[in-house]
Design a protein around this ligand. Structure first.
Ligand code: ACO
Length: 155
């Protein structure tokens, strides 16, 4: 698989949401249902297979959030997440937004690395976001996911 061969497109109204991928970033359907809107879901395809997704969610006229970004586990660390992020930024910019934001758990070290490498900077923490809003404890990297770290990039 070559990174140039990944085609990114918005999903069609008639298409199902790629839940398997969306669940990698956000395991609870109740949370996904709050922000999923087909107008704002983009998928990355290799041939006929959908292997990546991101979901945007407008906050106000200037700011849009990447609520979900995920790559099929067998394709991690090949630059697809970075390509999806760059695409999300250009869609946001073309749509007239001035700022793009993204949130991740306090223990999401890989995600925090990727987003900061991509030029996002931390600006806020939502304390106890995951413990207050998710039914089960979430663990990654040996640390409980409790707080949401918010990052932003000016477009
Ligand atoms: N640990 C360490 N480094 C990482 C990790 C990780 N878990 N993930 C990515 N990186 C680094 C890569 O090494 C690479 O570094 P480099 O540029 O120095 O070589 C850089 O980040 C870019 O990596 P990509 O290959 O583009 O990332 P990938 O295609 O693997 O996708 C993603 C990253 C989307 C986070 C993927 O790991 C994934 O789907 N994870 C599960 C779902 C998830 O956690 N999504 C984000 C939740 S937050 C939210 O959705 C708003």
């Amino acid at each position: 698989m070559k990174i140039e061969d990944i085609k990114i497109r918005r999903i069609n109204e008639s298409e199902d949401y790629p839940y398997d991928l969306l669940f990698l970033a956000d395991p609870y359907i109740e949370m996904l249902n709050v922000y999923l809107d087909k107008q704002y879901i983009y998928v990355g395809e290799s041939g006929d297979s959908i292997i990546a997704v991101y979901a945007l969610y407008p906050i106000d006229k200037d700011t849009i959030e990447i609520k979900n970004i995920a790559v099929d586990e067998q394709y991690h660390n090949q630059g697809i997440g970075k390509k999806m992020l760059t695409h999300a930024e250009s869609i946001a910019r073309q749509s007239g937004y001035k700022t793009i934001i993204i949130g991740t758990g306090n223990n999401g070290f890989g995600q925090l690395y990727l987003y900061q490498k991509q030029g996002f900077e931390m600006y806020d923490i939502k304390p106890n976001f995951f413990t207050d809003n998710y039914p089960e404890p979430i663990w990654e990297n040996g640390i409980q996911c409790k707080h949401m770290v918010m990052l932003r990039k000016y477009l």
